[in-house]
Design a binder for this molecule. Structure first.
Ligand code: C2E
Ligand code: CA
Ligand code: CA
Length: 734
């Protein structure tokens, strides 16, 4: 195979052929010898050879040729094929041109014509060798360069890999540094800490170095109560391979923190533990939140006292203890504030809340810390006195509570008076459930309340029977409306100066089928509670209006007869109240001016805007309004003048003391003065003696009502009374 081509150029054909013959003779057939008779032909040959990728070690070129000269061709060749060796054949030697050719064409040699055979063959062989040597050097250089580049690439790649590794290490480090969790790694046997991230410093409140110096420190910082348990964990971990544990630590600053730790053992291929990795989380906040939840589930939000749940649990526990030990005695005190509703309604919920809180604090001062105080909601408190020696312990405390709660309280600049009714239930083997004990204490409390407030009662089985009866009463009340068991009684009201009968107060009575007459003081509160009061009130209004209309028609009166009907707060809140009034007036044909409605002070404090609307509407209908039991509530005087009220009814507790108690007299006097100042009149109720009447007259109180004149009487008796005061209408004036 040919190793390459040698191109000979001469415009003289014979020179070319002799040159070829000559070259062939010593180059044997290793090289192809190509002949060109002109420069352009030579360039074409070069182009073709190049295309076929045949190396051209040498060109031998005549100097003088038509067209492009030999030097020019070689310069051209040099610019395109710099490796090819160039030999110039010259006829006459022109030194300058040779120099040019050497300079510009990198001429290898020039050979004068005619050539010396030996010189030619040596020169040609040397040129070819030098060409191939060059090629080899270039190739080697190339290989070297490539190897070098590869090396460089490898170095760069390695550097990049290292960079990546370093970055990832830095990233890991940064993550570990910024973690809130403690991350650690240690070697077992002998134990040695390998790694601990900076979070440890924040959580434990000590420098990390301390943990490296003292391998036992992690256990030493554990809260003394949890330490024994924690000391077992390394052994446990090696047995299980993985371990989660929660415990407390005690920091140098005294703070206690809850931690949650998770540890894992790393084993080698033979199953031998080589490392322990762990992560520790500060769960103090979670624990606190959990504790708070538990606390909230068991405590009253307003006072922080135990709530019903916790109370029941405690009573249950006490009951269990009492069952195991027959000599063991405890008591449950049920405490209810008297008049709380009045205070709450008239002074506002805010003051009501303050009163509840103050009461809670007072109770706390009165019992031992081992006793439980609970608030059941509203103004109801329960105390478990656990244990007590005998009933006298419970009585003593009930008396102390009663006395203490009677002390006036200053709430938001107001002096508030309250008191408490207390029911006491004693533990006994008959009790099986906490709820029963509580129920009985509650029953005893109700008994205390009914007995006159601000006192205590000890539960007995008779009370239970009565409580059952009360329950029965509630059920009967529903029947009463259907069975038409209510009656209206009428108590006359007189003009104080002259003793003229001006009207009545209508008071309801319940004719119970088996129990006879039941006082409204007994059934009205029950009806208020279960809402039946709205229907009872409606029945009263309708029955009374019918009755007045009958009297109006029957008697010849100087002024319209005025009959008062007591209203309940629930009736006023009934959205259909005005419609009901209108319907009753329309049905009976009665004029509004015959009707008078009695409200209590606390009813004026609630939902003032709405109430104002209703009261104005009543006034439009000519209906008069009185404020009942005036002086016992907390009505704000600044409100009073805004309501279209006509009368203040002086509560009978003041009237009762008017002749021998200076306080009562003063209060009565003020109420009358207040009424007059506000363009109202005063009605005294509960007038029982002549002296009281005289005094009331002196005070200028307009109207009087009471047993002195008459108790509430049924309608026929009232008709008789009217008949004695007024002439019956004749058929003409009917
Ligand atoms: P109240 O509105 O203060 O009615 C006056 C109460 O005093 C009546 O008791 C009456 O019998 C009694 N009383 C009258 N004169 C004297 C007296 O000289 N001395 C004494 N100590 N008491 C006297 P009653 O009829 O037992 O009514 C009790 C309460 O029941 C009433 O008090 C009123 O608040 C309520 N009530 C009665 N009937 C109704 C009603 O139809 N609707 C509503 N919402 N409440 C009613
Ligand atoms: Ca009344
Ligand atoms: Ca009254």
């Amino acid at each position: 195979m040919s190793r390459g081509a040698i191109v000979c150029v001469d415009d003289e054909r014979f020179v070319l052929t002799s040159l070829r013959d000559r070259l062939s003779s010593f180059l044997s057939y290793e090289y192809e010898i190509l002949l060109a008779e002109s420069a352009s032909e030579a360039l074409e040959i070069f182009a073709e050879l190049e295309e076929e990728q045949i190396p051209i070690p040498l060109i031998i070129c005549d100097q003088i040729m038509p067209g492009m000269s030999g030097e020019q061709l070689l310069i051209e060749i040099h610019s395109r094929y710099p490796k090819t060796r160039k030999i110039l054949l010259t006829g006459q030697i022109s030194f300058k041109e040779v120099i040019d050719a050497v300079n510009h064409a990198d001429l290898y040699r020039y050979i004068p014509k005619p050539w010396d055979e030996t010189d030619l063959s040596l020169t040609v062989r040397e040129a070819i060798r030098s060409y191939f040597q060059d090629c080899q050097v270039i190739e080697q250089n190339e290989a070297l360069r490539e190897a070098n580049e590869a090396l460089q690439r490898e170095i760069i790649e390695r550097m990049q890999a290292q960079q990546l590794l370093q970055e990832s290490e830095e990233r890991l480090e940064s993550i570990l540094n910024s973690l809130e969790e403690v991350v650690w790694s240690a070697k077992p046997n002998p134990p040695k800490l390998l790694y601990l991230n900076p979070a440890a410093e924040k959580i434990y409140g000590r420098p990390i170095a301390e943990f490296f110096e003292n391998i036992e420190l992690w256990l030493e910082v554990v809260h003394p109560e949890d330490r024994d348990r924690l000391a077992q964990t390394p052994q446990l971990l090696l047995e299980k391979g993985i371990l989660n544990v929660e415990y407390r630590i005690l920091r140098p600053d005294g703070e206690v923190r809850w931690l949650s730790s998770r540890r894992r053992v790393i084993y080698n291929a033979h199953g031998v533990p080589i490392r322990i990795d762990g992560i520790i989380r500060d769960i103090t906040q979670e624990k606190l939140a959990q504790e708070r939840l538990v606390y909230e589930a068991l405590h009253d939000a307003l006072t922080g006292l135990s709530n019903r749940n916790l109370l029941m649990e405690r009573v249950e526990n006490s009951l269990q203890r009492a069952k195991r030990n027959p000599n063991y005695l405890f008591a449950v005190l049920f405490i209810d504030l008297d008049r709380f509703k009045i205070i709450n309604d008239s002074l506002g919920h805010h003051v009501g809340d303050r009163l509840i809180i103050s009461t809670a604090r007072r109770l706390e001062e009165l019992v031992r810390t081992s006793d439980t105080i609970a608030r059941l909601g509203g103004d109801e408190f329960v105390i478990i006195l656990d244990p007590i020696h005998d009933i006298n312990d419970a009585i003593r405390i009930a008396e102390r509570i009663s006395a203490q709660l009677k002390q006036p309280l200053n709430l938001e600049g107001r002096e508030v008076f309250t008191s408490a009714s207390i029911g006491i239930a004693l533990s006994s083997p008959n009790y099986h459930q906490a709820a029963d004990l509580l129920r009985d204490a509650d029953i005893a409390m109700y008994r205390a309340k009914n007995k006159g407030k601000s006192c205590y009662e000890i539960f007995n089985s008779e009370m239970y029977a009565q409580a059952l009866a009360q329950l029965q009463l509630e059920n009967d009340l529903r029947q009463a409306l259907l069975q038409n068991e209510f009656r209206a009684y009428y108590q006359p009201i007189y003009f104080a100066k002259t003793g003229t009968l001006i009207g009545f107060e209508a008071l309801s009575r319940w004719q119970h089928p088996t129990r006879g007459f039941i006082s409204p003081a007994e059934f009205i509160p029950i009806a208020e509670e279960n809402g039946l009061i709205v229907q009872i009130g409606e029945w009263m209004l309708s029955s009374v209006c019918q009755q007045i209309q009958y009297w109006q028609k029957q008697f010849s009166l100087q002024a319209p007869l005025k009959v008062s009907v007591n209203l309940s707060a629930k009736q006023l809140k009934d959205p259909n109240f005005l419609q009901k009034i209108d319907r009753i007036l329309a049905k009976t044909g009665l004029q509004g001016c015959n009707l008078q409605l009695e409200l209590t002070e606390s009813m004026l404090m609630d939902d003032v805007e709405n109430l104002m609307g209703i009261l104005s509407q009543l006034r439009v209908r000519g209906i008069h309004l009185s404020i009942d039991d005036f002086g016992t509530g907390y009505s704000s005087l600044s409100y009073l003048h805004r309501f279209p009220v006509n009368h203040l009814k002086i509560d009978r507790s003041f009237v009762k003391g008017i002749t021998d108690n200076i306080e009562s007299l003063k209060v009565t006097e003020s109420i009358v003065a207040l009424a007059h100042n506000l363009n109202m009149s005063a009605i005294a109720e509960g007038v029982e003696t002549k002296e009281q009447l005289i005094q009331l007259r002196l005070l200028d109180c307009e109207y009087v009502q009471g047993y002195l004149f008459s108790p509430p009487i049924p309608a026929p008796a009232a008709t008789n009374l009217l008949a004695r005061s007024f002439p019956v209408k004749t058929s003409q004036n009917i």
